[in-house]
Design a protein around this ligand. Structure first.
Ligand code: UD1
Length: 311
């Protein structure tokens, strides 16, 4: 079994990835600075003797290198990031530090300490406002935020490392991920996390626009499984793949599931469309199926049922 270092381990996707790696029998070194992650997300992981945790900022390059030297991981799953597109617009310096420079530091530590594989949290944001749907990996990359640009730059950096130094690099282009532990704190948090909090609190939700806009929502359980496949599958080449469901779900459909669970709560109100919003986003899941043997299995409706019942 492998020895895997996960950065951003206490985050939404990180903690689910840690849980799944442990369940598969691997040993895991979790790293997080709790900037946006939460210790409580690792409550299950802390029960395992195969889990070790280090509170560490990945931009602290000396401490990062020391940790790699001490723990000698086989693979790194690099999920630590500035996760908010909005924050990348208000603080581009921090976006560069956390979403570009940190990637370089992780890649360098990996190279220096003989890590065989790096799995990286990329994003559909690298495609920008693509209109030719479903979006294939070969589509033009037109990031429209510092966040999207940083994710694209990090992909290129890592793939160059892979080619030059013989590491296997997998870039995971996540679409709209949802599920338990997603933080609804900001108005720019994922819409499903916002709806879940507001329905639970008994306050109504607002749909920006007519609700016919669609997204490729994917359960965090599927995303964690895709990360484990990318980390542990033998005989896998370097590359980037969409991690998506390949299915379009409208916001009205999402709201409809919540309405069934909460019949007493007022119907959503509608506000003006959000500035800069795209109407439709949909990924092609075919490359991930071919390269990783990954296909999403959790239907949006059952993922929403689980989320609502766990609240
Ligand atoms: C993603 C980013 C967002 C960024 C945008 C740029 C995430 C979680 N969001 O948005 O920060 O600005 O790309 O294209 O990564 N909605 C509502 N009501 C709400 C919240 C959202 O109707 O209370 C709508 C939005 O207007 C949007 C849809 O829900 O049409 C999905 O929103 P969101 O979850 O933020 O995802 P993206 O639009 O993909």
């Amino acid at each position: 079994m492998g020895h895997v270092l996960v950065t951003g381990a206490a985050g939404f996707i990180g903690s689910h990835t840690v849980d799944r790696l442990l369940a598969a029998g691997h040993s895991v070194i979790g790293v997080d600075n709790f900037r946006t992650g939460h210790r409580v997300n690792l409550a299950g992981a802390f029960q395992s003797a195969r889990f070790a945790f280090h509170e560490l900022d990945v931009t602290a390059s000396d401490r990062l290198a020391t940790l790699f030297a001490a723990t000698k991981p086989d693979a790194v799953v690099h999920l630590a990031a500035l996760v908010s597109v909005q924050e990348s617009l208000t603080n581009p310096d921090l976006n560069f530090a956390l979403n570009v420079h940190a990637t370089h530091l992780v890649a360098e530590a990996a190279r220096a300490h003989g890590v065989r594989r790096i799995v990286f949290a990329s994003s559909a944001a690298i495609y920008g406002n693509a209109t030719d749907l479903p979006i294939r990996e070969s589509a033009e990359k037109n990031p429209i935020s510092p966040y999207g640009a940083a994710k694209l730059a990090s992909e290129e950096l890592l793939l160059g490392y892979g080619a030059a130094f013989g590491l296997t690099v997998r870039c995971q282009r996540y679409f709209n991920v949802f599920g338990p532990r997603q933080d609804p704190a900001s108005p720019y948090s994922g819409v499903i996390s916002i709806f879940a909090r507001r329905y639970r609190d008994g306050t109504g939700v607002t749909i920006y626009g007519d609700g016919q806009q669609t997204r490729d929502f994917i359960s965090v359980h599927d995303v964690a499984r895709a990360n484990v496949l990318a980390t542990t599958s033998p005989e896998i080449g370097c590359g980037a793949a969409n991690i998506c469901s390949g299915r379009a779900t409208s916001l009205l459909d999402v709201a409809g599931v919540f309405a069934r669970h909460y019949p007493a709560i007022e119907a959503p109100s509608h506000g003006p469309p959000r500035a800069g919003d795209i109407v439709h986003s949909l990924g092609s899941p075919e490359l991930a199926a071919a390269a990783l043997g990954f296909r999403a299995e959790v239907a949006v409706e059952s993922g929403l049922d689980e989320l609502i019942n766990s609240a």
